[in-house]
Design a protein around this ligand. Structure first.
Ligand code: GUN
Length: 287
């Protein structure tokens, strides 16, 4: 039996509707949730992602302010702009779109963001809170993936979860979230020996590698939940994931498509985080 498709667009719509309701409640208290986004340079993929975030903000009752800076912007200039948003009481979320141009040290920029406004959950403080099981906000892409996994209704406790890819944005926080759900988590990466066998042991497989169609049907355990975080172009320049959907969907129990899977969920979680940050900041300042 072919796999059931997990519809990220539909699940994301529900999360955005809830965010819009919460934004309305805040508005009634005189708080307009506001997200400041920095886009440095002219990476076409980043420009598309940022436009998507602006659209989601508009739908969720969040004011978005996108500052587009030229590719030769200095680190100092960007840091100054971040400090200004840190101290702006009307701003509740700050997001710096990655990657940044070469002359800018990504770590220094991330560390400059006020952790209370860090809606990406990238700052060392928020990463640390997640690792010790006390997160305030959940990282957007991993939280979106977990939501999709939970939408299948399967009991996660004791399940074998395999995460392929060890990035700070996806792989590492994904492993933390699955561990918090009592999965037995294996992390795979470019140096992993016998990746196919590791993948084939997974009840839950999260692919976040960045290589088109690398996970094929023969690497998947029958009935597994397969979450595809990849966003690549295939040989015909068509959008595709890290999973070969055609062969994988013959074996998996549940699978996410690309596009229409993880992408919309990531953006929906960003909306939820911005509302949550706005609620906490406005309560802290007695607004
Ligand atoms: N670039 C790719 N993914 C992300 C993300 O989740 N957040 C930010 N800020 N930049 C990204």
């Amino acid at each position: 039996m072919p796999a059931k498709r997990i519809d990220g667009t539909a699940l994301a719509a529900g999360i955005k509707a809830a965010a819009a309701r919460d934004a309305q409640k805040l508005a009634e208290q005189g708080v307009r949730p506001r997200l400041a986004v920095f886009l440095v340079g002219d990476d076409p993929a980043s420009a598309i992602y940022v436009r998507g975030k602006e659209k989601d903000c508009a739908e969720s009752g969040i004011e978005s302010v996108v500052e587009r800076l030229p590719a030769d912007t200095s680190e100092e200039t960007l840091l100054e702009r971040i400090y200004a948003e840190n101290s702006n009481p009307h701003t509740h979320g700050i997001l710096v779109q990655l990657p940044l141009p070469k002359q800018i040290d990504e770590s220094r920029v991330i560390e400059a963001i006020d952790p209370a406004k860090d809606v990406d959950v990238f700052t060392p403080e928020n990463v640390g809170l997640l690792q010790i099981g006390r997160p305030f906000l959940l990282p957007c892409t991993p939280a979106g993936c977990l939501h999709m996994i939970q939408s299948t209704g399967i009991d996660l406790a004791g399940k074998e979860a395999v995460v392929v890819g060890r990035s700070n944005i996806v792989g590492k926080p994904m492993a933390a979230l699955l561990l918090a759900q009592n999965c037995t988590v294996t992390m795979c990466h470019s140096k992993t020996r016998d990746l196919a066998a590791k993948c084939a042991s997974a009840d839950i497989l999260v692919a976040a590698i960045g290589r088109a169609k690398m996970i094929t049907g023969d690497m998947i355990k029958p009935g597994a939940v397969v979450i595809d975080v990849g966003m690549n172009r295939d040989e015909n320049d068509k959008l595709c994931g890290d999973v070969d959907y055609a062969t994988a969907s013959e074996v998996a129990g549940f699978i996410t498509p690309v596009p229409g899977g993880v992408g919309p969920m990531t953006r929906a979680m960003l909306m939820a985080n911005t509302i949550k940050a706005a609620g906490r900041l406005s309560a802290a300042f007695g607004l």
